[in-house]
Design a protein around this ligand. Structure first.
Ligand code: F6R
Length: 612
């Protein structure tokens, strides 16, 4: 949460910083600000509450701020209301030190008290102002320069941070430090750039430096020097990033979300192609050997939000196809449980951003218990990708809309391939069955593309139901996992209350919420469960519900029950989640559009949740 950018070079910094922030706005969007070092060496700060647009207006698209070095921030409030005063950058009272921060300083109250005793006063409610003033305190007390002050700061604070700091005495230089929260750097002839993620940097360079936790950096126009917390200089090699820079543009679509929904066939195809070669699944590059696969006695899947929903679907798939016992946990719960994990278990952590604080904490917990870990991660070089023992990169490309779609689908595909490989290596399925599953997975991108063709009907239905106040998504087995994701998509971007329920569980209490006209979406992709879920739909219809059904072509008798039906192409029942989710994403998207909401940036949310 929160996005930070920085630039030191030879052209005006403010427009570059604003453009960088516009690509990071998905990380937080309740206020924003810039600090630019003017020609006199003084640091000019401009902040605005609300969306980034307000900062564009206030700075005349950056033209009112002069200088070739600066930093910027887009905020998702943690400490303090989203007011202009609490917006970043924050500064020491004499503006000797100015900084932007992504993260949380946990011992900020103790530090604030300490600084108050040393004569500091505070104008905001933020932990960041405390951080800046602590750096200022060390800088002035020891007078040993920025790297010394920042490293003392790093040794004193508890919490997480990605920091970019300007010092009045060092114009043209940006100092950066990191613990847990991401910070990446690009350098080219005469220019240096920093950002919270790689997307804003790709137009300048594809060679990206990833700052590790506990490291510091000093950037000038065209150079970057790195240090450990003991202030010793360290060597760092850039990582080459292949992502297509255009992938982070809307390319004519009205919103990133709909563009990303349409990118799903490509995202799933590319993810499959990384490991599926000549009809075989090869995990050589991922670093998972057949010997490893053969010996795991348990699988634990951990993630948050939609990534957790992928885990719920994969639990059914792994247990059914590979016959390995699976436990799925929300990452935020995982670390607070008395886990009793099997030391011969594999922990699979799923994360688009690779930076989600709860998932990262769960990963570290699993590692500390000695379990082998595998990440299904989208962002190359992210913290989770670097800390897991093996990483299966999904090939979704940059996902900008806050509500995930293509990354979710790519994660599912990665999980299917793992399950089928496990089944083969462990001797649970024969070659014929293996070939069948591989063919079914390989056919998914085309079937997803086919499901996308039904957009007009869903758009029409969405306009009809855009004023609903409650919705229910029900299904059994894997269909329940799909329901969870469909319901989350709906509520997070439409603000309509929605719940996912295991269809058979409704009658144990929740059915009392069904009133005349309540929309109930039934998912029926599992042949064995079709009739059971159908009966549950009849039960709610008898109590006034309006029914939408999602099922595969051929199940036409659903029309006896459902008022509106969406048909999707048939696939092996284990993999239908990938297809059935498409109409649910489109439905949520069009409800949000009809309601005139900010689809890509729903209120109160941020794309990368780097606080626990
Ligand atoms: C919902 C959504 C979130 C994320 C969750 C985990 O549309 O996007 O629920 O799935 O915050 O994020 P990652 O995958 O980055 O760990």
């Amino acid at each position: 949460m929160c996005g930070i950018v920085g630039y030191s070079g030879h052209v005006q910094a403010a427009p570059i910083l604003l453009e960088g922030l516009s690509r990071l706005e998905y990380r937080g969007y309740d206020s924003a600000g810039l600090a630019v070092v003017g020609d006199s060496g003084d640091i000019d700060i401009v902040k605005a509450s609300g969306r980034l647009k307000a900062l564009y207006e206030k700075t005349d698209d950056g033209a009112s701020m002069h200088g070739v070095c600066g930093i910027g921030h887009t905020r998702w409030a943690t400490h303090g209301e989203p007011t202009e005063t609490n917006a970043h950058p924050h500064c020491s009272d004499d503006r000797a030190v100015v900084a932007v921060h992504n993260g949380i300083i946990e011992n900020y109250q103790e530090l604030r008290d300490k600084l108050t005793r040393s004569g500091y006063s505070f104008y905001s409610d933020t932990d960041t102002e405390v951080a800046v003033k602590l750096i200022d305190y060390y800088y002035k007390k020891y007078q040993m320069g920025p790297v010394d002050a920042m490293s003392r700061f790093m040794l004193r604070v508890r919490g997480s941070y990605a920091l970019a700091v300007l010092f009045h005495d060092y114009p043209g230089e940006i100092y950066v430090a990191r613990k847990d929260n991401p910070l990446v750097i690009a350098v080219r002839e005469g220019e240096s750039f920093i950002s919270s993620d790689v997307a804003p940097l790709l137009k300048y360079s594809r060679e990206i430096y990833f700052l590790n936790s506990g490291e510091l950096g000093r950037l000038t126009a065209g150079t970057a020097t790195f240090y450990n917390v003991d202030q010793q200089e360290i060597e760092k090699k850039p990582v080459h990033i292949d992502w297509d820079a255009d992938a982070a543009e809307k390319n004519g679509y009205e919103h990133f979300m709909i563009k990303e929904i349409y990118e799903q066939p490509r995202a799933v195809r590319d993810t499959i192609n990384t490991v599926l070669k000549d009809g075989d699944i090869n995990f050589g590059e991922i670093g998972l050997t057949d010997e490893d696969i053969a010996k795991f006695r348990h699988i634990y899947i951990v993630g948050c939000g939609s990534a957790y929903h992928v885990g719920v679907a994969l639990q059914y798939v792994f247990e059914d196809i590979a016959e390995v016992p699976v436990r799925v946990e929300m990452a935020s719960e995982f670390r607070y449980r008395h886990l009793l994990l099997d030391p011969d278990g594999l922990v699979i952590v799923i994360s688009q951003s690779g930076e989600t604080a709860d998932t990262l904490a769960a990963l570290r917990e699993a590692k500390s218990l000695g379990l082998k870990t595998l990440g299904i991660v989208n962002v190359v070089g992210s913290t989770i990708a670097r800390e897991v023992d093996s990483v299966f990169y999904t090939m979704a490309g940059p996902e900008i809309a806050v509500a995930t779609t293509k990354a979710y689908s790519a994660q599912l595909a990665a999980g299917y391939l793992l399950a089928v490989k496990f089944a083969k290596v462990r001797g649970v399925i024969d070659d014929e069955k293996f070939d069948y599953y591989v063919r079914e997975i390989d056919a998914l991108p085309d079937k997803i593309a086919k499901a996308l063709e039904d957009k007009e009907r869903l758009q029409w239905f969405a306009s009809k139901y855009a004023n609903a106040s409650d919705m229910f998504f029900i299904g059994r087995g894997i269909d329940y996992a799909i329901s969870m994701e469909g319901s989350l998509k709906m509520k997070e971007i439409s603000y309509i209350h929605s719940e996912a329920y295991a269809a058979g569980e409704l009658k144990h209490g929740t059915i009392s919420l069904i009133e005349k006209g309540t929309l109930v979406v039934g998912i029926l992709t599992q042949p064995e469960l079709f009739e059971k879920t159908g009966s549950n739909m009849v039960e709610v219809k008898a109590r006034g519900a309006y029914l939408m059904g999602v099922t595969t072509y051929g199940n036409y008798n659903i029309e006896d029950t459902a008022n509106f039906t969406v048909y999707i192409p048939k696939a092996d029942e284990h993999f239908t989640t990938s297809i059935a989710i498409v109409p649910l994403q489109l439905f949520a998207y069009y409800v949000s559009v009809t309601r005139g909401l900010d689809v890509d940036k729903p209120r109160n949310l941020a794309k990368s949740v780097t606080v626990e």
